[in-house]
Every structure is written in C-alpha cells, then in structure tokens.
Ligand binder design. Structure first.
Ligand code: NOJ
Length: 581
C-alpha cells in the first residue's frame, strides 16, 4: 500500500478545476477540448496550481453535460482522442502538475452498454441497477405507481417505469442516469476496474461524483414530506465506508489525491471519509456553506446570504474536521454553483456592483485560501468571473435550470420572476466560457460557443489581468504562493474568533503553528468582511494578544486602522485583512 499523503502535502497543494466544455476550444466547434487544455497549461503553471481536475470528457449523450457517462474508458470525440489525453498527462507532468479525473460511478448513462444489456433482458446486467415493482401494481406489465415518493435532484420522480425491464428503475438525477446497485459485487469490481484503467494511464488523482449516495438504505421506503428529503436519506448509507475502502484498495489509489463530492452529508461521516486511518479519501466537498442563501433550505427561492450561519458552518467544519483529523476541500465555486462574487457581493443576475466586484472576489478568496484544507480554484474564479445574467430562458442549457423554470411557471410565477430565480441559481452561471481575452467570445473559441459568454469579458479576462499589479489574477497567484511558502497556512491549527457585536458580518479565524520554521510567522489572524458597509472588529482575550506586534501579510485596502490597546480593527466594505506574527 502506498503512503497516504501527508498533512503538509495536502495543505500546501492547490487544485484547479476545469469544466472542459467551457475552458478552451482548439478546433472552433464551440466546445472546449483536451488540446485546448494543453494550450493553457503554461497559464495554469503561472497561476501556480499543483493539480488539475477535469470534469468528465467520456462518451456521453450529454443530457447532464457528461455526468451521464456511456463509456468510462474512452474519450468523447468532441473532446479529443486518447493520444490527446496522453499528451495532456505528459505535458502537465513536465510542468510539475498532476491530472485528476472525475469518476461518475454512482450512476451510468442509460446509453451505457450495461443498461442497454439490462434492457435487452440480460439478467446479469439487470442486477447492475436498482429495479423495483410499482406500488399497487396488479402484476407483470402493470406499472402501478412509483415505488416511493422520492424526487430526483433535477425535479420530478426519482423512479422511471421501463416496460423493457418490467420494473421501475431508480435515478437520483436525470431520468437518463440510472443508479448503479453497489450491493452487487460485480458492480463494485467493474467500478474499480475503471479507476485502475485511468490510474494506469498516469492520472495522479480522482474526484468521485456524489459518491456518498452509492450505498442505498436497506429498506427503500417513502420519506416524509415532498420526497426531496430522499437525498438526505440516501446520503452516507449503511455500507458507504466499506465500499470506498474496497474501491481504494482494489484500484490501488491509496496515497493518491482524492476528493469525494458529498451530497447532504454530515461532519461525522466526512471525518470518517478523510481520516487517514480509514484509507478512504484525502478530502471531501461538503455544501452546507453554499446553502446559506436558500430560502428555508429551498434552492429555487431567493434570499440574501445569512452570514451568521455561514460563519457557524465554517467554524463547525474547520474545527470539527481538525478535531477528528479529517481534511476539507475548500471552495466557493464549481460547475454546479452560481458565481460566488454575484452571490455574496450584492445580488443581481448580471453580476456585482461595479465598484466592489474586485473587493468581493479578493475577500472571498482570502476567506477560504487561509483555512485548513486544500483550496480549489474553479476556472475563471481567479479572474473575477460572475453570473452572466442572460436575458432569456432560451440562453440557458442546463437540464436542471430548464426543469425548474417550468416547475416555477406551473407553480404560478411569472416568466420574469422565474427567469430572475434561474439567473441567480442556475448551474449555467458557472459554465459560461472562460474569459481569456477581450476578443470575440472572450477568446474561448473561433466558432459559436455552446453557451453564451458573460457580458463583462472585455474587462474581466486573463489577458487584461496577467502581470497587472493589484489584479484579481495576481492576487490569486499570491494566495497560491503563500500556501506553499508558509507552513502555518499549510499545517497550522485553526480556531475561529469572535469579531464582536459591531462586526456581525465578519468571519474571523486564526491559524497557529508553534513550531513554524525560523523566519516564518507562527500565527495568522484572518478577517473577512461580508458587509457592504464599513465596520469595527473588536477582538478580546487571546485573539487580541500581541496585536501591536502583528504585521500585515495581506490586505485588500491600502489604508487601515488598528488599535492594539482596545483590540479594535476597522474594516472597509468587503475588506479582507491577514495579520501575521
Ligand atoms: C454532481 C455533478 O457535479 C453534477 O454536475 C452532476 O449533475 C451530478 N453530480 C450528477 O452526476
């Protein structure tokens, strides 16, 4: 068994996420591709990242943009060839970066050979999926009602009647994504084979899609309420830890960097997934911090972000994972999330208030990049990309957005109201083409992009920001660099700090490493204001100690007021400040 990654390795690494379809198009078909990624490796090296996670590029009918995989061990011609992939791995390695792949093993596409063979009646493959009789069915051929009230993630029942199977099949996501039955040892073996296949091609790590949904409850029954609570019921199921351990062992990936995407999970399970003694995963993505602007927990109802709740979630997860020797993946953005700048910097589909977008972006980045864990940068985040605020529902492509737009209209919302919600909540907000330059289509393609470019590309783009002092891109480069330079960032203990009653929207925490190498700080104090008005932090007790000796490691405003005697630090709107001792 290879050695598990050390805390220092994990804590000094930074991962960059590429949503391949929107990253860089090399052949003018409007879709990003593998050669496009190769052409941008120098840019990623300039940014300083260690690993590049690429979203699925396997053959797929694209009902869920590649998360509906029809062949796990091949490459969709739209994205390139196996030679292109090998070249990417080699070119990344030459620059000291590793490739991480996205393994979608909770479900297949309905066009996958396994499902097709199940449809053709092969008993062996019927046992790959979760098939049930309908409720109230009078016998074979009579569907009856769906077996339970479960709702899938994209709206509507999680069950589909399939006459060729004579059963309902479970799909926790789109109807074209039947869930695999992981109680079947053959399924587990086949999934390990897939991971081993890519490991043997030189991949350095893996992200596992909704992997905490692989072990379904022993009894499949109704959940109270609307049926959407089934996600929480299925999450972290009875055999999930055992299945992950087995997968890691069989695929021979212990010691590689791995991250599990965890739907509706909890701290206790994430500690278990990531404590090195479990030999399961290096780290987990959890999403509680990205639900603080859901009204009463409902994604498709708008509310302002609740910063007190955000602070509580961060402190619970940072301190809780630390106590259990687990490890967090740190992130604000990905291909399933609206852009964080638009979300936390003042709502409005088209982006941010003109004057503050850079401040908001830098503050958000500071907030997560100094935490304990491994930071992920989602393409374009390092430039300050925002939601596009498309003018029409026809501009959106995502299956979830289109379904919920319809559901909202059916529920009585006007088209304008429904569009407003979609513009703030759509997964497409994070899927617009990468903004490389001020050229047509932001330099992403010479053809027609598969989805429209955000209108601010002429000023928010890589070409305009590279090498420019004070730009968002240069700020991110500094954050990446500090994580490698300072052991306190990579390994320090974390402790959340009370910012006092006059700073209700400030998130404050310390990092401490008593045995930091000589010449390096032992202690950091990170202050991030989510307030669009100035405020005054009042530190007390241990947090205020030695404030007079602190130097400024990083800040987003040139002028600041610190009064060590009273423990007061004045912050501007959306200011981030990192003090070091
Ligand atoms: C999570 C992925 O990030 C998302 O894009 C996808 O739709 C679901 N899992 C289902 O695979």
């Amino acid at each position: 068994m290879s050695k598990t990654m050390s805390k220092h390795d994990l804590g000094s690494s930074v991962v960059y996420q590429i949503y391949i379809k929107s990253f860089c198009d090399s052949d003018g078909d409007g879709i990003g591709d593998l050669p496009g990624i190769v052409s941008k490796l120098d840019y990623l090296k300039y940014l300083g990242v260690d690993y590049i996670w690429i979203t699925p590029f396997f053959p797929s009918p694209q009902r869920d943009n590649g998360y509906d995989v029809s062949d796990y061990c091949a490459i969709d011609p739209a994205y390139g060839t196996m030679d292109d992939f090998d070249a990417l791995v080699a070119e990344a390695r030459r620059r000291g970066m590793g490739i991480m792949l996205d393994m979608v093993l909770c479900h297949t596409s309905s066009e996958h050979e396994w499902f097709q063979r199940a449809l053709a009646g092969e008993e062996r493959y019927r046992r790959y999926y979760i098939l049930r009789d309908g409720r109230g069915s009078s016998g074979p051929g009579d569907p009856g009602e769906p077996p339970t009230n479960w709702q899938c993630a994209f709206g509507g029942s999680a069950w589909e009647w399939e006459p060729r199977l004579g059963k309902w099949y479970l799909h926790m996501h789109d109807v074209s994504q039947p869930d695999l039955d992981w109680t079947n040892p053959e399924v587990r073996e086949a999934c390990a084979d897939v991971v081993r296949f890519w490991r043997d091609r030189g991949v350095r790590g893996f992200r596992f899609d909704v992997v905490n949904l692989i072990s379904k409850p022993e009894v499949i029954e109704d959940v109270p309420g609307s049926g959407s609570a089934c996600r929480a019921l299925v999450a972290d199921g009875p055999h999930v830890h055992e299945y992950l351990q087995e997968l890691v062992e069989r695929a021979g990936i212990d010691g590689m960097i791995t991250v599990g995407e965890m739907a509706a999970t909890n701290l206790e399970n994430c500690v278990r997934y990531t404590n090195p003694a479990s030999h399961e995963l290096s780290m987990t993505f959890s999403f509680h911090h990205l639900k603080v602007d859901y009204k009463d927990g409902k994604k498709w109802e708008l509310a302002d972000p609740d910063i007190a709740r955000l602070r509580q979630i961060f402190s619970d997860w940072q301190e809780g994972m630390q106590a259990g020797e687990g490890w967090n993946a740190l992130f604000w953005n990905n291909h399933d999330q609206p852009r964080a700048i638009s979300r936390f910097g003042g709502r409005g589909g088209a982006g941010y208030p003109d004057t503050s977008w850079e401040k908001v972006g830098k503050m958000l980045a500071t907030c997560t990049h100094f935490m304990q864990g491994t930071p992920y940068i989602f393409q374009g985040e390092e430039l300050g990309m925002t939601n596009p605020g498309y003018p029409s529902i026809d501009d959106y492509r995502d299956v979830e957005s289109k379904n919920y737009y319809r559901i909202m209209i059916e529920g009585g919302k006007s088209p304008a109201e429904a569009l407003r919600v979609v513009s703030e909540r759509s997964r497409d907000d994070g899927r617009t083409p990468m903004q490389w330059s001020a050229a047509a289509h932001a330099g992403f393609t010479t053809g027609e992009p598969w989805i429209g470019v955000a209108p601010n590309y002429e000023r928010v783009n890589a070409e305009a920001e590279a090498g420019v002092e004070g730009s968002m891109l240069e700020f991110y480069r500094r954050l990446v660099c500090l994580r490698k330079e300072l052991d306190v960032v990579a390994e320090g203990a974390v402790r959340f700090v009370d910012a006092g009653p006059a700073a209700p929207k400030v998130i404050a925490y310390e990092r401490v490493l008593e045995d930091a190498p000589a010449g390096q700080p032992k202690r950091l104090l990170v202050l991030c204001s989510f307030d669009n008005e100035p405020c005054a932090v009042r530190l007390s007790g241990a947090a205020a100690e030695g404030l007079g000796d602190a130097g400024v490691l990083l800040g987003t405003y040139p002028r600041r007021l610190i009064d060590p005697a009273s423990g007061m630090v004045a912050l501007h709107a959306f200011e981030a400040l990192v003090l070091a001792w």
